[in-house]
Design a protein around this ligand. Sequence first.
Ligand SMILES: *Cc1c(COP(=O)(O)O)cnc(C)c1O
Length: 237
Amino acid sequence: MTIESRYQEIQERMRRSCEKSGRGIEEVLLIGVTKTHPPETVEEGLRLGILHLGENKVQEALAKKNLIGEKGIWHLIGHLQGNKVKNAVQIFDQIDSVDTLALAQEISKRCEVIGKRMGVLMEVNVSGEGSKFGVKPEQAARLAEEINQLPSLELRGLMTMAPWMEDSTKTRPYFAQLRELRDRIQQETGLHLPELSMGMSQDFEVAIEEGSTMIRLGTVLFGTRPKPTAEFFEDSI
Ligand SMILES: *Cc1c(COP(=O)(O)O)cnc(C)c1O
């Protein structure tokens, strides 16, 4: 199957989920997750009109951007270490995985230096799994307010990953929880948090039904991820 035919099928599935939940398809942004895929895959996505790209490694994204040039809107969707922030703020247009105040402060500081205002999402660990990054739900309102105070950041919403479930409908409570948490934070703090980044290949339809505004699709769109090549995977900067 080509990426183009997969993309058409995904759009059809998105449309059906939107219809089912009384939403418009324009309310849901598709982020093409190109991690470990070669630059040619990114180019193919761009050619099809998939302008938002998700990567989880700073070095890998930089290597691809160097080959592709200034195209696309690049989202960092993976965990970011403090010592990589300086490079990350140059490379990415949005950072969707902010989960501590220290990280947010470092991003803001580095953005100030280069005169950039960075859109960010706050990652929340709704499932409580130890293997996942993200702020605990009970600490999320406070962290949101703290991020909002930082001069070079614009907090736009929340992000989460549901646990992997054989039956994808079982992910629904996690997505509902993120939406309810967002609603509650907005009420308590008066912040405006329009974005909910939730839903991946396995569970994006359920996520759309629960209010997702950004789905992050890798495998279902680009096929099985290739083994990362050293050139792109090495993350030493
Ligand atoms: C890899 C990744 C995705 C995409 O996963 P697929 O299951 O291949 O769609 C989405 N979000 C994050 C944070 C990821 O790391």
